[in-house]
Design a protein around this ligand. Structure first.
Ligand code: 6GU
Length: 239
């Protein structure tokens, strides 16, 4: 997989050289290319935004600048003849979740277009969703709160998707045991390590019993308990 990220703040993405994602990049499981949108800006000031039609506060990013940028990034990935999926992070998008992340792992080329200010001229999403040499457009939100721009959302989405790709997690850590990948989409239960007693708090007995069936049963029950307490919205999905 090839991932291209276009942003006015490319430095935001330096941490993608670290930890699990950084290691997987060095292992060539996928590559990530970050581009400064400003290079496609117009005029001596490399302008990339303008006032909104209909009035109102703030600025809107120009379709023209984004069109030039996205066409250029498309060409960078087409050596393989692949169609890129365009992801536009926006609080007005569909909610990002584990199943959307999983569905993206089979793409050959992901392009993230990070908006700032009041967002990107809506004709950009319209245009690229109708282009046969693109795999589609997903406008995606991280959750019901507003960030200053798409960068932090793209960091989260990139990490969520890439850790699901074959070879990124070691065999000892399986994505099948992740929250939201468990049966019914529930969250993971509590976890413990040594010592068995810490400040008078004991590790639940089943976990130190050595009885694998008992351990599995305790974990399933604890996961359901935690889903009930923290995520009652998920409970209707449980079997
Ligand atoms: Cl994807 N972008 C912005 N700017 N704010 C958000 C978001 C995205 N998701 C939640 N809030």
């Amino acid at each position: 997989m090839r991932i291209d990220i276009v942003s006015l703040f490319p430095e935001y993405f330096e941490p993608l050289h670290l930890s699990l994602v950084g290691k997987a990049r060095r292992d060539h499981i996928f590559d990530i290319h970050v581009h400064d949108l400003r290079q496609w800006g117009v005029g001596p000031h490399r302008q990339m935004d303008d006032t909104p039609y209909g009035g109102g506060p703030g600025m809107v990013m120009s379709a023209d600048v984004w069109g030039t940028a996205l066409d250029a990034v498309h060409r960078l990935g087409t050596q393989a003849g692949n169609k890129p999926l365009l992801v536009i992070p926006t609080p007005s998008g569909v909610l990002f979740n584990q199943s959307l992340a999983t569905s993206w792992t089979t793409q050959t080329h992901l392009v993230f277009a990070c908006g700032r200010y009041e967002g990107i001229d809506s004709r950009v999403a319209m245009y690229y969703s109708s282009q046969p040499d693109w795999a589609g457009v997903h406008e995606v939100s991280l959750g019901d709160y507003v960030l200053a721009g798409g960068e932090v959302a793209v960091m989260a989405m990139t990490e969520a998707v890439t850790r699901l790709m074959p070879g990124v997690l070691g065999n000892s850590t399986s994505a099948a045991d992740d929250s939201f990948s468990l049966p019914g989409g529930r969250v993971e239960g509590s976890v413990f390590t040594k010592p068995p007693i810490w400040r008078d708090l004991e590790v639940p007995a089943p976990l130190i019993s050595g009885n694998h069936a008992l351990i599995a049963k305790w974990r399933a029950a604890d996961s359901i308990r935690r889903t009930h307490v923290n995520r009652p919205d998920l409970m209707r999905d449980l079997p």
